[in-house]
Design a binder for this molecule. Structure first.
Ligand SMILES: *Cc1c(COP(=O)(O)O)cnc(C)c1O
Length: 593
């Protein structure tokens, strides 16, 4: 669509925009600017903490595949999130994961400044090119304040992802929002952006930046309803959090100190202050022309939290090619040859011979065993029924649920067949409850006996997640309804034929076809841990473990239907097509899929 658009006068007048156009012909003239506090660009670049960042990276990769005119913005996070170490009791230690962007990325010539606590903080941007399957490029700019000319307290502002105190977090959000907008202006691109997409509320100060830019263009700086409407037309917002406590807010005194009086007044004019605080979700929600939740249930929950605001639902997905194990990619290439270009063709996985499904799964299971042995020295038993679980150690995810009744678990393993659990997941450094959950899991797992083996892998990150989601026989998920907005690791498993056993929350309400894509724990209500654990054991005992040990062909048939039903739908290609159709380019003739 953009091949036919010619550079405008504004493009030509800006040296940076010219550079932008020259050094990569494949970069489309951007129309959509996607903002996220974290983006998982590739394994080994610690610019993300978990699901939100992985989603952002997968969305941008699919946008590149679909040749959409998108650019991304985030922060450089020079110290990463953290490297997790666990001692024998499950105590978590956090080490910085410093990396040097110079060794991996190109620096943009353009710099810009953002006012923090009255100081003009200069920042530059590092550019990472996401290359889509046909060669189209979605550039991602990582903002970085580590410049000698800055005050030492400002040089570290883009170091730690979700680090520091409220002041530090707010400064980061100001850099992402005001700084991101300033950089777009310095590049000569700001006025060409028809959609600013805020991935979660961290980027919401971008709305105030856009309003400020509009007011700056004229003498009278008072805010009229026209101004608010004009800003609103440019914004799209995706909310990811189903609980009020999960939504960022900052004390107004702090806001005034960090972003200054006049910008705080803009935030007030944008209707985002309440009870002495600035609410990032209100800032984004009230000022976006299109708002979406990340699953159908999450849409209902969000409409309950914010009555009166229309909130759509676009269910999450994962990047199919990124998350499909090599052995399955080979099988898909053979039997579903168009699956890379159009993930929807995976619906035809129903025609793949069961032997090929079983063989690809064995290869993925072997790959996991190799990775585990390399990391830990532990040798997994390839014949054992293997259950995987890897996600943030957050209270509502209840990682301990499978070990609630060790006696019952032992009995199932004795009677039907041995079990092998492989776990992973980090707790946020300041989340004492999350850390306690890891210790609790370690403790429970120490009393499981020989026929139930258990391993907790340190430092869950993308390279590990790829092997883990693909190489187990069952993917376990135990969130307490309704706290899981979506969850995406089960979708990664699904692309590799791995069925899920999960409480009915988040994506699983849509993804569960009992016995065909996996199994449900409970009915979607919050039944409490004891009842949920009982139902978990019932399913293992009556349906899942006997199927695995007694009827491998039927297990392979289940795996195949997991791919056909869920792999074909829960992918970011479908997600981005939905964004393009109903959020980005709806009512616009200049760009269509
Ligand atoms: C996919 C992924 C997540 C998200 O998992 P959920 O199922 O959403 O909890 C977290 N961390 C990493 C490294 C991932 O790859």
């Amino acid at each position: 669509m953009s091949a036919s658009t010619r550079p405008s006068a504004a493009d030509r007048s800006s040296p940076d925009a010219r550079l932008h156009a020259l050094d990569a012909a494949a970069v489309l003239r951007p129309r959509v600017a996607y903002f996220s506090m974290e983006v998982a660009l590739e394994a080994g670049l610690p610019t993300y903490s978990g699901g939100l960042g992985v989603l952002a990276g997968d969305v941008l990769r699919s946008a590149a595949d679909l040749e959409l005119p998108v650019i991304g913005f985030s922060l450089v996070h020079r110290s990463g999130y953290f490297v997790q170490r666990l001692d024998a009791a499950g105590n978590q230690e956090e080490l910085p994961e410093a990396w040097d962007p110079r060794t991996r990325l190109a620096s943009l010539d353009a710099t810009a400044t953002v006012a923090i606590e009255g100081r003009q903080v200069r920042f530059r941007a590092w550019r990472y090119d996401i290359v889509g399957m046909s060669g189209a490029v979605v550039p991602v700019y990582l903002l970085d304040t580590a410049l000698d000319e800055n005050d030492p307290v400002d040089r570290i502002l883009t170091d730690e992802l979700y680090g520091g105190d409220d002041r530090y977090r707010l400064a980061q959000e100001a850099i992402l929002g005001f700084g991101g907008y300033a950089l777009l202006e310095a590049m000569g691109l700001a006025e060409h952006i028809t959609t600013f997409h805020m991935n979660e509320g961290h980027a919401a100060l971008l709305v105030a930046a856009a309003l400020e830019a509009r007011l700056a263009a004229r003498a009278d700086a008072s805010v009229a309803s026209d101004d608010l409407a004009a800003v609103r037309r440019r914004f799209v917002f995706t909310t990811h959090t189903p609980v009020p406590a999960g939504h960022d807010r900052f004390n107004l005194g702090l806001v005034r100190a960090v972003i200054g009086e006049s910008r705080t007044r803009l935030v007030e004019a944008l209707g985002a202050t309440r009870d002495g605080a600035m609410h990032m979700t209100y800032l984004a929600l009230r000022n976006s022309r299109f708002v979406n939740a990340v699953g159908m249930r999450h849409g209902e929950v969000s409409r309950g939290l914010f009555p009166g605001d229309p909130i759509h639902a676009i269910s999450n997905g994962v990047h199919a090619v990124r998350w499909t194990a090599p052995a399955f990619a080979t099988v898909f290439d053979r039997y579903v040859p168009s699956w890379r270009r159009d993930n929807g063709y995976l619906r035809h996985a129903v025609g793949i011979p069961l032997d090929d499904v079983a063989a690809a799964h064995r290869a993925a299971k072997d790959d996991l065993a190799v990775a585990v042995r390399r990391r830990t020295g532990v040798v997994l038993d390839p014949a054992r029924f293997t259950i995987g679980f890897a996600r943030r150690a957050a209270t509502y995810k209840r990682g301990y649920l499978a070990f609630w009744d060790a006696e019952r678990l032992r009995a199932i393993a004795e009677r039907i067949g041995p079990l092998q659990f492989v776990f992973a997941g980090k707790a946020h450094p300041r989340d004492a409850d999350g850390k306690a959950i890891i210790r609790q899991i370690f403790q429970a797992a120490s009393a499981l006996g020989d026929r139930v083996s258990f391993l907790y892998l340190e430092n869950h990150e993308m390279a590990l997640a790829q092997r883990l989601c693909a190489g187990v026989d069952l993917w376990l998920n135990t969130p307490q309804p309704p706290f899981e907005a979506s969850g995406t690791s089960g979708m990664k498993a699904a692309l590799n034929g791995v069925p899920s056993l999960s409480t009915l929350d988040g994506w699983w309400i849509e993804g569960c076809v009992e016995g065909r894509t996996g199994w449900a724990i409970g009915d979607g209500s919050d039944a409490g841990p004891q009842a949920d654990a009982d139902m978990l054991y019932d399913k293992l005992e009556q349906a899942i473990v006997p199927l695995f040990y007694d009827d491998p062909e039927e297990y392979a048939r289940t795996m195949r239907s997991v791919i056909a039903l869920n792999g074909s739908y829960f992918n970011t290609q479908r997600v981005v097509e939905q964004y393009a159709r109903i959020a980005y380019f709806a009512d616009r003739s200049e760009a269509r899929l």
